[in-house]
Write a protein that binds this ligand. Structure first.
Ligand code: SF4
Length: 375
């Protein structure tokens, strides 16, 4: 296998569980971190061999809160990864961090270990919104943590913000954007809060204690677009804004349909399988840290479910993902006979010889349009 690989590691540990979060995560409890990291490295070793030792293109440590690992454990993990995988062509190493989980020496260690991009989960600069989101840091702590990343000379720093948070108004969202810009990040992600199953917020939503207002969502989305593009950011994906050269290469590899290998509990992998009956294989690891460690130790993998994707299924997935980008969807991914004329008539999209690209009004309806186009 020669195609370079994107590598994802899931570190499911958080000090406190946020009520809106649907990722697999838990408090560290009595987890043996050394055993956990050894399991990640063992899984990596086996998969690397099975896949023919491809060069790694991007690495992403997500979760969970990877930045809560101790310096000792971070060093163990990174040095182990560099031994297992071919990092000679790595373009980007991302790490998700939460405010107040690191100090300057840990931020400097991120850099020494090769981290080139840190995503800081700030979510809001308003204390009442942070409280509603169940975050365990203040706005001031978030700003301080961001400054530490700069002091440690992390080459690319992203801030994650969230809109349509309970109590949020257009004024408070504008203030969040202004405070984010004042820190001069290289990249800002703005996620619309959604109510996902199996979260505390979903239960409250079902009981009518929380509500979703599509008109407010649209106004806050537009406010972010106007504020951030006026400040020189490129709105290159529905939820992502970048200064030149600072877009997420790792996320781009998902949208473009490149091969990715996920290590850790609940991690997903998708690998195209040239020359066999199916176009691509996808598998997911068991979403259970203890079981993950035990399975890696006993049988060498923790695969929990898997599926084969046909080329048609694979291309249909590209529709939903690439329509979210400002480069648009290559027309070759659209099923035969699908018409996009209505989108042009309603000024929801523009079309070139090779791509269909959503306008700003279209971007507000991206999920519905993707569903329609996929048939
Ligand atoms: S949002 Fe982040 S910090 Fe909060 S529970 Fe989820 S992974 Fe942990």
């Amino acid at each position: 296998m020669s195609e370079p690989l994107s590598l994802y590691l899931h570190l499911p540990f958080c000090h406190k569980i946020c009520p809106y979060c649907s990722f697999y995560k838990h408090t560290p409890g009595k987890t043996d971190f050394t055993a956990f990291i050894d399991a990640l490295l063992e899984e990596g070793r086996r998969k690397n061999e099975e896949l023919g030792a491809p060069a790694i293109r991007t690495v992403y440590l997500g979760g969970g809160t990877p930045s809560l690992l101790s310096e000792k454990h971070l060093s163990h993990l990174f040095l182990g990864l560099q031994e297992v995988f071919d990092f000679s062509q790595v373009e980007e190493v991302d790490l998700e961090a939460n405010p107040s989980t690191f100090h300057l020496s840990k931020a400097q260690l991120f850099r020494e270990l090769g981290v080139s991009r840190v995503s800081l989960g700030v979510q809001s600069f308003q204390e009442n919104e942070l409280k509603a989101l169940g975050r365990d840091h203040t706005a001031e702590a978030a700003a301080e943590s961001f400054k530490l990343l700069r002091e440690a000379k992390i080459p690319s720093c992203n801030l994650d913000l969230m809109f349509s948070v309970p109590h949020q108004t257009e004024e408070s969202w504008q203030d969040n954007l202004t405070q984010a810009l004042a820190l001069k990040p290289d990249h800002i992600s703005c996620y619309n809060l959604t109510y996902e199953e199996d979260t505390a917020y979903f239960e409250q939503f079902e009981k009518g204690e929380l509500s979703d207002d599509p008109d407010l969502n649209a106004r806050l989305f537009t406010l972010a677009h106007e504020t951030l593009t006026s400040a020189g950011f490129r709105h290159y994906e529905t939820s992502n804004y970048s200064t030149p050269g600072h877009h997420s290469r790792h996320n781009l590899s998902y949208w473009e349909g490149r091969n990715y290998l996920g290590l850790g509990p609940s991690a997903v992998s998708t690998i195209k399988s040239h020359g066999s009956d199916c176009f691509a294989t996808r598998w997911k690891n068991a979403p259970d840290t203890q079981r993950y460690i035990q399975q890696i130790q006993s049988v060498g993998h923790a695969m929990h479910e898997s599926e084969h994707l046909s080329e048609e299924q694979f291309n249909l997935e590209r529709i939903a993902l690439l329509l979210r980008t400002d480069t648009g969807l290559p027309l070759r991914y659209l099923p035969e006979g699908v018409s996009w004329q209505m989108l042009l008539e309603h000024e929801l999209a523009t079309v070139s010889e090779s791509h269909l690209t959503l306008t700003r009004s279209g971007a507000l309806l991206v999920d519905a349009i993707a569903e329609e186009l996929a048939g």
